[in-house]
Write a new protein. Structure first.
Length: 188
């Protein structure tokens, strides 16, 4: 069991017209809490400064029970797009501002194309942050399908202790969905 979920979600409503969505991931988190007893913290973020503020706060010992960090933002190759920023936040910048917050935690990027490209970038994020696991999507994804996959991932995280067992179960049960979403993870 990997504990609770810390979710950082972007402000979807103010994005460019062709990407505008009226989304809110909190109901998905409530569903997981009600069905599986998974506690969660949910924070809306629009800027790098807001994200940095919350990441620093989450290093406190009382947040150790939250073993998963879940990013719900727009994405691009090896980066996140935050609504209040003109430039994307690269995975390297996220490593820099995250400090030790990712150490020993499962990190999942539920964003389009963040894990597109070289496997080295995913492995670098895992190794430099000390994350237990890093996963996400390598193409533009359908919101509903990625939400279904995210629920399956978090359920597996609660039932399995070993990372390979989590991803093996996901592959066995949801291989078609993973192919459609171009789901990727670090080498394990």
């Amino acid at each position: 069991m990997n504990g609770g979920i810390i979710c950082f979600e972007t402000e979807w409503e103010i994005t460019t017209r062709n990407n505008r969505r009226s989304l809110n991931t909190e109901p998905l988190l409530r569903f997981l809490e009600e069905c599986y007893g998974i506690p969660y913290l949910y924070r809306r973020i629009a800027t790098r400064g807001e994200l940095e503020y919350y990441l620093k706060k989450l290093c406190a010992k009382r947040y150790n029970k939250y073993g998963i960090i879940y990013f719900c933002t727009h994405g691009q190759t090896h980066g996140l797009i935050l609504e209040g920023e003109k430039e994307p936040l690269s995975l390297d910048e996220l490593i820099s501002i995250g400090g030790d917050v990712f150490k020993g935690r499962i990190v999942h990027f539920s964003s389009c194309r963040t894990l597109l490209g070289a496997q080295d970038a995913i492995d670098k994020f895992k190794n430099e942050t000390g994350a237990k696991s890093v996963s996400g999507y390598a193409r533009s994804v359908d919101t509903v399908l990625s939400a279904i996959h995210d629920i399956a991932l978090f359920r597996a995280c609660q039932e399995k202790v070993q990372i390979p067992a989590i991803f093996r179960e996901l592959r066995d049960l949801h291989e078609g969905l993973q192919k459609k979403l171009a789901f990727k993870t670090h080498k394990y």
